[in-house]
Design a binder for this molecule. Structure first.
Ligand code: FAD
Length: 399
């Protein structure tokens, strides 16, 4: 056929929503749509810390792509992208090649260890379903073998590098899970430590002081220890080295201290700003007529604040709307629209029953109302993607 071919790479928040919107905006005869993803399922990256802690099962955080995207309307290819050859309008996959007329790159994030010695080799990272299931299995194994093998108390310690959003949400889940594991394996709760290490003077840099103080107290009350102002100089197999040589030993080490755009961007010859593509206002890569870059692969300036928007699912979902509209505009040689971010606020969970954040620009929320708001945010995404049916199937419901 000579229908224009739109190829979307990665079925995360940005890729799924772009594909969904394209199917809504374009008729079957107007374009061929192809979605390429590593797995046959879509997972919610914002729930990965729960999978890693073991408070959510892998299947609860993922769904079959074909359950939400009609495979008769969109060609679904389950394969890994290896490289994009922009000069040839070609995507190289592990098991084949695909050409495109329009390309959407939404391949998400990769862990960034900033070159800290030994971190990549010795720490786990919160990356995808499989890496998080591995973290959970590893933690459980440490607890299971403790009484069997007369293991050291250090083996029960869980060390988390980074006190940003992900690190804090992760220790919040651990605070809930660890007492359960202690009970299950007949271990005294005081023997299992959860330690979060942050290089900045305080955890959650960039967050409101009052909210951070609230989060810290809530987590400390449940046994989380914080080491702020503590720069990790090295990660060894069984410890972090802090500053001049202090060692904190642990049986499980997880790095949450940084993410960057997918390394395929660099491999494919895109010019990078901190590992991402600094996109034009219409979300296209500079000097590319037909390539859009979204989500955690995109660097989008918040002109008012003079810095880029933080990479969030919220941003990725909103970019998807603009991207789909702009692809349609390109098909009909109409003017493209500029992306405008509408910040609806940010809520960080602190376990299942507590949370904190800001909503409606500046309103602070704590505790149960914040935890409820977090569920509303998660369910809203499921609604956008698959309507009420998907909320019932995969949502966070109070019953
Ligand atoms: P992703 O959702 O990561 O999707 C990328 C997709 O590409 C994946 O499906 C992946 O399998 C696929 N892929 C990757 N490489 C390849 C390849 N080579 N070939 C084929 N497919 C590939 N944001 C919020 O707004 N609110 C929150 O509360 C929040 N909490 C978070 C908690 C955690 C623990 C984490 C890790 C992140 C959180 N974020 C949150 C950030 C949010 O998850 C990301 O900003 C968001 O996932 C970015 O969406 P994306 O579509 O760019 O990438």
């Amino acid at each position: 056929t000579n229908k224009p071919k739109i190829v979307v790479l990665g079925a995360g928040y940005a890729g799924m929503m772009t594909t969904k919107r394209l199917t809504q905006k374009l008729g079957v005869d107007e374009a061929e749509i192809v979605l390429i993803n590593k797995h046959n399922y879509h997972y919610q990256s914002t729930w990965l810390h729960e999978v890693a802690a073991g408070t959510k099962k892998p299947n609860e955080a993922r769904m079959m792509i074909s359950d939400v995207i009609n495979p008769r309307r969109v060609r679904l290819i389950y394969d890994s992208v290896v490289e994009i050859k922009k000069d040839e309008n070609l995507v190289v996959l592990e098991n084949g090649e695909v050409t495109y007329d329009y390309l959407v790159i939404s391949l998400g994030f990769e862990s960034n260890t900033f070159g800290i010695k030994g971190m990549e080799e010795n720490a786990f990272s919160i990356q995808d379903i499989d890496s998080c299931r591995l973290i959970h299995d590893h933690i459980e194994y440490q607890f299971a073998k403790y009484n069997q093998e007369d293991a050291s108390d250090d083996s029960l310690t869980i060390l988390v590098g980074g006190g940003g959003f992900t690190g804090i949400e992760f220790v919040g889940e651990l605070a809930e899970q660890i007492p359960k594991l202690c009970k299950k394996y007949d271990i005294d709760r005081s023997k299992a430590r959860i330690i979060d290490v942050e290089a900045a003077p305080r955890i959650m840099p960039g967050f409101d002081d009052e909210l951070v103080a609230y989060a810290k107290k809530s987590l400390e009350d449940r046994g989380v220890e914080f080491r702020e102002n503590a720069k990790i100089s090295e990660c060894k197999e069984d410890c972090f080295v802090i500053g001049e040589g202090e060692e904190i030993k642990a049986g499980t080490i997880v790095w949450t201290g940084g993410v960057t755009g997918n390394s395929i961007l660099g491999k494919s010859g895109f010019e990078l700003t901190k590992g991402k593509v600094s996109v034009n206002a219409d979300l296209r890569a500079p000097e590319e007529e037909n390539i859009f870059v979204l989500g955690d692969c995109s660097w989008v300036m918040d002109e008012e604040a003079g810095r880029p928007y933080p990479p969030t699912a919220q941003l990725a979902i909103q970019e998807a709307d603009t991207c789909a509209a702009n692809i349609k505009a390109l098909l009909y040689s109409e003017p493209l629209e500029s992306f405008v971010f509408d910040n609806k606020g940010t809520v960080a969970s602190l376990g299942k029953k507590d949370a904190m954040g800001t909503v409606f620009s500046d309103k602070r929320l704590y505790g149960t109302p914040a935890a409820a708001m977090k569920n509303v945010i998660d369910n809203r995404y499921l609604f956008l993607l698959g309507g009420p049916k998907l909320i019932l199937k995969k949502g966070k419901l109070p019953f």
